[in-house]
Structures are given as structure tokens and as C-alpha cells.
Ligand binder design. Structure first.
Ligand code: CO
Length: 216
């Protein structure tokens, strides 16, 4: 069996077992999606949201890119957010970074590549903004993981400052933002920010960026 045949066989086995567990599952799933959560995560193959959250299909609306970034210039991310907030009416948007993130570490490596370099420009800037914080950490893995945290916090601030989100809050929409980190070494998620449900809640990001949240 080649790699692709293996994938199709895995899918067939999964669909059969899902149907055996719940004969109505695909009937209900095909009718509509009503997820409560929107996930903005890294493209890393080890941080697959439905898998690490142990959720079946239909529970989480997902956008992934290198190093889980939210940019006002990224129409891909913005269209996902618009659909999630105004059509699906999700209650929570989670920005999830992870330890050992290659995209984040590229701020230290500075690879020479056509598309990755401009994409990680923002992370490079975060590493410059928090240079003294990062340099106070003794080993490279600690610096990398702290930069992953600072990146998540920055992306939550970016998210909260989007008009899509500010308008939802102005209309008293029940919508909260959450910054998380997934630890690759033990599979456990850490909540960095708590729930951020208003523009004034966003001020917590500044103090979280100013202090090391936890030692890795
Ligand atoms: Co990553």
C-alpha cells in the first residue's frame, strides 16, 4: 500500500467506525455546522486542533498559518474571522501557539526564503521589541518558547484591534478571545490570557508581555 492508499484506507476505516458509533452522525453533520470555537493556530503538523482537543468534526472553525499570525493585511485570515463571527456566531476565538515553533524560531535563524521571510517579519519585530526580556533567558529553547508566548499575546492584541472584533463588542456580541500555548513535550495546553471579552480587557496583554508568565 502506498502513502496515499494508506490515507484513503484510514479515512474509510474512520468513517465506518464513526457511523457504527452513531448512525446519524454524518446525516446531522452534513446539514449544518454550528461550532462555538474559532481556532487560529500554527500549520505545524503536530498541533492539529481537533486531535489535541479530542473533538469530533463540527466543533471548531479553523484557520492555520505559519506561527499563528493575525494580520490586518491577510484577507485569508480576515475572511475566516468574518465568517466565524458574523455567520457562525462563534463565542470564542483561540489563538494557539506552541513550544518549539519553527516559524517563531526563524526570527533567530533568519532563513533566506522568498515567502517565509516576509511572512515572519512581524515575529522578527516582536523579538526586537522584547530583546532584553528574551536575552535574560539562559538557553535558546527558553528564548524560543518565550517568543512563542509573546507572539500569541501580540496576535491577541492584533485580533482585539480589528474592526471585525471591535464592532462585535460594540454590539454586545458574546465573543471572547483566548491566547493559548500548546506544549509539544507533554501535549498539554496552557491558557496565557484568560478570557478577553472587551477592549478594556485587552489592557491585560501589556502587563502579560512585560513579565515572564511561566518558566518552560
Ligand atoms: Co509552529
Amino acid at each position: 500500500m502506498n502513502d496515499l492508499e494508506d490515507l484513503l484506507q484510514r479515512n474509510s476505516n474512520w468513517a465506518t467506525s464513526r457511523k457504527n458509533e452513531d448512525p446519524e452522525f454524518f446525516v446531522a453533520n452534513a446539514k449544518q455546522q454550528k461550532p462555538k470555537y474559532c481556532w487560529i493556530g500554527c500549520s505545524d503538523s503536530r498541533v492539529s486542533p481537533s486531535q489535541i482537543l479530542d473533538l469530533p468534526p463540527g466543533n471548531i472553525f479553523v484557520h492555520r498559518n505559519i506561527a499563528n499570525q493575525v494580520s490586518v493585511n491577510d484577507i485569508n485570515c480576515l475572511s475566516v474571522l468574518e465568517y466565524a463571527i458574523y455567520f457562525l456566531e462563534v463565542k470564542h476565538i483561540i489563538v494557539c501557539g506552541h513550544t518549539g515553533c519553527g516559524g517563531v524560531e526563524s526570527a533567530f535563524n533568519k532563513p533566506s526564503s522568498e515567502y517565509i521571510n516576509p511572512w515572519i517579519e512581524n515575529i522578527l519585530q516582536i523579538s526586537i521589541d522584547y530583546e532584553s526580556d528574551l536575552n535574560s533567558l539562559s538557553c535558546r529553547a527558553e528564548r524560543s518558547n518565550r517568543l512563542s508566548e509573546l507572539n500569541v499575546l501580540t496576535q491577541i492584541a492584533n485580533l482585539g484591534n480589528l474592526s471585525l472584533v471591535k464592532d462585535a463588542w460594540t454590539k454586545n456580541t458574546d465573543l471572547s478571545l483566548h491566547g493559548w500555548i500548546y506544549n509539544l513535550s507533554d501535549g498539554v495546553l496552557h491558557d496565557l490570557t484568560g478570557a478577553i471579552s472587551s477592549l478594556s480587557d485587552l489592557t491585560v496583554i501589556r502587563s502579560l508581555c512585560a513579565h515572564q508568565i511561566r518558566s518552560n
